[in-house]
Design a protein around this ligand. Structure first.
Ligand code: FE2
Length: 177
């Protein structure tokens, strides 16, 4: 294994499968810690995706059309978002988690209820889900900043914007008139 003479990482990361050293100016320790944080963000995002798609299928009541359509836009966005998060983990030299067991162990979100809740409760669960993902993304930001990892910071900024905006829109549905 190559010797690490400076802060530049030349150590082979575990799990890359290629055996080729990574030298992008982010230390091995930072890459590992950021990949861990991004794995939690990936698990949160996938869990929220699945719950939102579940609610798209199972929503009932007078708000059916509005919520069925709104949930579709939201689960499509979440489904699209998991890919760049996973690929950032790969670019940092680590394997991306991608199983129900891994996601279940990593996520900060609860699983979707086995029995479909009422529409109002669905919206409440999704508000809490988007807020939880925002907390996970925000919690990782200082580390990305410290490591001078601009692509991760950019990704986190984009995800924070989406989750906070979506939480606001869903929260607005809960306002009593
Ligand atoms: Fe559908």
């Amino acid at each position: 294994m190559a010797k690490n003479k400076s802060s530049r990482s030349v150590v082979v990361a575990s799990g890359t499968g290629t055996g080729v050293a990574i030298d992008i100016g982010i230390s091995q320790d930072h890459r590992s810690a950021i990949a861990g944080g991004l794995s939690r963000l990936l698990a949160d995002t996938y869990t929220l995706y699945l719950t939102t798609h579940n609610f798209h299928w199972n929503v009932t009541g007078p708000m059916f059309n509005t919520l069925h359509t709104m949930f579709m836009a939201q689960y499509t966005e979440l489904w699209t978002a998991v890919d760049p998060i996973a690929e950032r983990i790969r670019a940092l030299g680590h394997p991306a988690p991608g199983s129900y067991a891994q996601f279940g162990a990593l996520t900060s979100l609860p699983d979707a209820p086995a029995e479909p809740p009422k529409a109002f409760k669905m919206v409440k669960i999704l508000v809490e889900g988007h807020e939880a993902v925002a907390r996970t993304a925000r919690g990782l930001f200082p580390l990305a900043d410290e490591a001078n990892d601009q692509p991760t910071a950019d990704l986190l900024t984009q995800r924070l914007d989406i989750h906070e905006k979506t939480a606001w829109m869903l929260r607005s549905l809960l306002d009593e008139q």
